[in-house]
Design a protein around this ligand. Structure first.
Ligand code: MYR
Length: 185
């Protein structure tokens, strides 16, 4: 038994963070459960989670850019690394890896070994077809749209479906050039 005594500030913050993370995970689970009850069709729940994520993503990008001090990425490869290493760390507390680039550097996979959204989750057989973490694909799509990148984000692997990791494919469909807001003359 460790000696009882005052805990350091760091230990207290760590346990507050852990409780916050658990609360977040449980709240997300409650949202998915409610959607399953309300919408009945798993496909509809997938769509709704993606839409919720998109709505979060288009707002969250401001917080991300303000807090991270990340400057404009030179290309989509750098953007993907920023999402995996900085974005996931900031909002989910984990990092991911980026793999499976296509030849022209417009499509890759973001692979998560550790996914706090699914702690405590077991899906019943009636939920076959559910993409439980679909909120994440929506968040990425929404956030990137706000920095002028139209993307398609698809789950390729999902541990809740028996795969060995979580893998999101992110495909850049279109990069809208940003207009310089001032005239040079
Ligand atoms: C740029 O403007 O080129 C930088 C773009 C960085 C985009 C980063 C988007 C972060 C999205 C966070 C996703 C978190 C998912 C939990």
């Amino acid at each position: 038994m460790p000696p009882a005594g005052p805990r350091s500030g760091d230990a207290i913050f760590a346990s507050i963070e852990r409780v916050n993370a658990e609360l977040f995970t449980l709240t997300y689970g409650a949202i998915v459960r409610q959607l399953l009850t309300d919408l009945e069709e798993v496909e509809e729940v997938n769509k709704q989670l993606d839409q919720m994520g998109y709505n979060i993503g288009i707002r969250l990008i401001d917080e991300f850019l303000a807090k991270s001090n990340v400057s404009r990425c030179v290309d989509f490869k750098e953007t993907a690394e920023v999402i995996a290493k900085v974005g996931f760390k900031m909002f989910l507390g984990v990092t991911a890896s980026v793999t499976n680039w296509d030849a022209d550097g417009t499509c890759c996979s973001i692979v998560l070994e550790d996914n706090p959204l699914v702690d405590f989750v077991e899906l019943p057989d009636t939920c076959q077809g559910l993409y439980y973490c679909n909120i994440l694909s929506g968040v990425i799509r929404g956030a990137l749209e706000m920095v002028s990148m139209k993307t398609e984000v698809t789950w390729l692997r999902d541990m809740l479906r028996g795969d060995d990791a979580y893998e999101l494919q992110v495909k850049l469909l279109k990069q809208v050039p940003e207009e310089y807001p001032y005239k040079d003359d």
